[in-house]
Ligand binder design. Structure first.
Ligand code: IVH
Length: 700
């Protein structure tokens, strides 16, 4: 290998690392995502041509490779400490006094940090040949003594440096044998996105970002982890296997210099008054932070005092956590509203006398389902305790009963008919939810239209709540198929109420105004028109078949290619599709067995909505070919290989069958390879796949 290639590889890596640091740690990107992707791509191509130069700390190694079997148990170098807690200003004052006694009764300087609600991780770095340090192992806390090796997944977290240069270590006077501990969190936006996806896939939502982050780190597919956008904030350091007690400000400075993300929300203070001020500020900022916190942590800044205080078996004596108590308030349940969702599910919502909890006024809270109401024994008029925990959504947690809070009077009667369409509601055996099964129910229609038009489904911009309400109220749309016969005149005939201050009287006056102008009407019609070619997978999602989310819809589209094939499919045939088990197959069969649904498909098709897999698949190079990927490929991640195949018109499925055209194998390929051999299906490695694509491209 020539020096210039080596230099080029190292140069690219250095540049990419600089941009990753700017983006993920300093939050100050200098280049666009596309430019970043292109740098990564250049590096990947160079590395593919020189696989012997791939190092574990190369930025390309963030995604890829699969952890062997589950997760190996790893003993911590030193036990993973926790924190002692204080719940009041008095307890903080006691702690401050103890600390000052050891510091010679002088005021002590503290750093206040947020107590991040995630899971703690230990990242071990070891020397490499150049005198720098490389990330060797990432371990969860476990029981504090033994955790799980989640290295492969930790590598995908962009705010975790994969290596630290020898120069940097020298500059800071640190050896390469380091361990950095901190908190791994899932930001709120990532959590919300995850739950949207889970809902689309018919899965139960994750309860809170902490559980979601923990679950993500224990996922066996690193590319999934990479997509979840976890963030690591560093706060503690071990040097040569020993706790480092150099003072908290200095610890944070070193961690930041080493390339770690350090939470900027922090302050220094030297009194209990300063601490309580910080607590109040953090509590009021809590709801607007991009992530969950459950308290604040105070840590001693002075090195000598830290060292004098030292550690107990479970926690540093130089730190204390002040945990927020769940914010709660007592109010009155004034009523219950029942709403009907897209699937017909009836959801009860508590209508509360407005009450101020944790910085916001709460007047509604979810009651989940009829069982929940029964368990609480709720009556309308009851005094109830409402809590707003870290997860922002208010909850009714209990009925309060004492002299000041007499019991309510009227029972909550869960309806036996749908509150919107008056048809009987049903509750299937083993299910907690009551459902309206009338497909024409207006409430279901509203939710169905919103789902149909949403991003990720048919993607009809402009079909928001207000537009849907206007269309439904005017009776212009009674099924998603009606969207395709809307005319411009009809849209222009829709009206909305607008309340404005009257210029002369100063009083609010309500007038009716057109909902759409000619431009916005035209725009919506264009959006509807272009949704016709969204493709089979999108339409399958749009139909709202229970349990058929994005992934399943895509698998079904690839496997069947045409909705009429799917309509005819027997359960056994459906269950041959990856991801489809008895529950999903039953739901698909049930859906198509209803004449109304069959008619809907016909109407959509007559309106010109594509009910076949996208054209692209039939006109380009790998058309009609089905691939299965197994094992880890040397240069491409699974997602990249999939994108390459699909980009060339081929399809990728999860399981090997007689219909599979090629199986692409990497390292540690398992039973799929054996099955491919048994069935005599051609086997390719990564290079073979790239060659095949190039060859087909040349032919076409
Ligand atoms: S310091 C010696 N700082 O809270 C270091 N912990 O309840 C001990 N935590 O196990 C931890 N934010 O997982 C520290 N800013 C912060 C923190 C923090 C969250 C977690 C950590 C710890 C738990 C103790």
């Amino acid at each position: 290998m020539t020096a210039s290639v080596e230099q080029k590889i190292e140069g690219l890596r250095a540049e990419i690392r600089r941009h990753e640091h700017l983006y993920y740690v300093l939050d100050r990107p200098e280049i666009s995502d596309a430019e970043y992707d292109s740098l990564i791509n250049d590096l990947r191509l160079l590395e593919a041509a020189h696989p012997d130069r791939i190092t574990p700390d190369s930025p390309t190694q963030r995604v890829g490779g699969r952890p062997a079997e589950g997760f190996r148990k790893v003993e911590h170098s030193r036990s993973m400490l926790s924190l002692d807690n204080a719940y009041s200003a008095e307890e903080l004052a006691d702690w401050d006094r103890r600390v000052r006694e050891l510091a010679g009764l002088l005021p002590v300087d503290y750093t206040a940090e947020l107590k991040l609600d995630g899971l703690s991780l230990a990242l071990q770095y070891q020397p490499d040949q150049t005198g720098g340090a490389v990330l060797t192992t990432g371990v969860t806390r476990g029981d504090g003594q033994v955790g799980e090796d989640v290295t492969t997944n930790v590598r995908t977290i962009r705010s975790v440096p994969l290596s630290i240069s020898a120069d940097k270590l020298k500059e800071l006077g640190l050896p390469p044998a380091l361990e950095v501990r901190g908190e791994c969190i899932m930001p709120r936006v990532a959590f919300e996105r995850l739950n949207e996806e889970r809902e689309r896939d018919g899965l139960a939502p994750a309860v809170n970002p902490r559980n979601a982050a923990a679950g993500t780190l224990r996922t066996l597919e690193p590319s999934v982890v990479a997509n979840r956008r976890l963030v690591f904030y560093a706060y503690f350091l071990l040097v040569n296997g020993e706790y480092w007690s150099g003072g908290q400000q200095e610890t944070l400075r070193l961690l930041s210099e080493l390339g770690f993300r350090v939470n900027p929300y922090r302050e220094c203070m030297d009194s209990v008054a300063g601490m309580t001020e910080f607590i109040a500020k953090a509590e009021s900022d809590r709801a607007s932070l991009g992530y969950e916190i459950d308290g604040v942590v105070f840590k001693v800044n002075d090195q000598t005092t830290q060292q004098r205080l030292g550690y107990t078996g479970r926690a540093p004596r130089w730190a204390i956590a002040y945990k927020f108590t769940a914010q709660a308030a007592i109010t009155v349940l004034e009523g219950v509203e029942i709403t009907v969702g897209r699937t017909g599910k009836l959801t009860p919502t508590a209508l509360l006398r407005p009450v101020f909890v944790g910085g916001v006024t709460v007047s509604r809270a979810t009651l989940h389902n009829a069982d929940f109401i029964e368990r609480l024994g709720l009556l309308i008029g009851d005094s109830v305790k409402v809590e707003r925990g870290g997860d922002v959504i208010p909850k009714v947690v209990e009925v309060v009963e004492d002299e000041a809070h007499p019991r309510g009077t009227s029972p909550i009667i869960f309806p036996t008919i749908c509150p919107t369409c008056d048809n009987p509601v049903v509750r299937e055996e083993g299910e907690v939810d009551w459902r309206c099964v009338n497909a024409d129910c207006p409430a279901r229609l509203r939710e169905t239209l919103l789902h149909f038009g949403s991003r990720g489904v048919m993607n009809i911009e402009g079909l928001g709540e207000a537009a849907v309400d206007a269309l439904v109220q005017k009776g212009l749309v009674s099924s998603v198929a009606d969207l395709y016969i809307l005319s411009q005149e009809q849209l222009l005939s829709l009206e909305k109420q607008v309340t404005r201050k009257d210029k002369t009287t100063g009083q609010p006056a309500t007038t009716l105004q057109p909902f759409f102008g000619p431009v916005s009407a035209e725009k919506l019609l264009k959006q509807i028109e272009s949704s016709k070619s969204a493709g089979l997978a999108r339409i399958l999602m749009g139909l709202g078949i229970r349990h058929v989310g994005e992934r399943t819809a895509e698998e079904l589209a690839v496997e069947f290619g045409d909705i009429h094939e799917l309509e005819k499919a027997a359960p056994e045939r459906l269950e041959q599709v990856a991801d489809v088990g008895p529950e999903i197959s039953r739901s698909i069969v049930d859906f198509f067995s209803l004449p109304a649904n069959h008619a809907l498909v016909e109407r959509l098709e007559a309106a010109g909505v594509a009910m076949k897999a996208e054209k692209r698949e039939r006109t380009s190079q790998l058309v009609g070919l089905t691939f299965v990927l197994t094992g880890s490929l040397p240069a491409l991640t699974r997602d990249e290989a999939k994108a390459m195949i699909e980009g060339a018109g081929g399809s990728v499925t999860g399981s090997v069958s007689k219909k599979t055209s090629y199986v692409v194998v990497g390292e540690e390929a398992g039973s799929k390879l054996t099955k491919a051999r048994d069935l005599g299906i051609p086997i390719l490695d990564e290079a073979g796949l790239i060659e095949l694509i190039q060859q087909k491209a040349a032919e076409s």
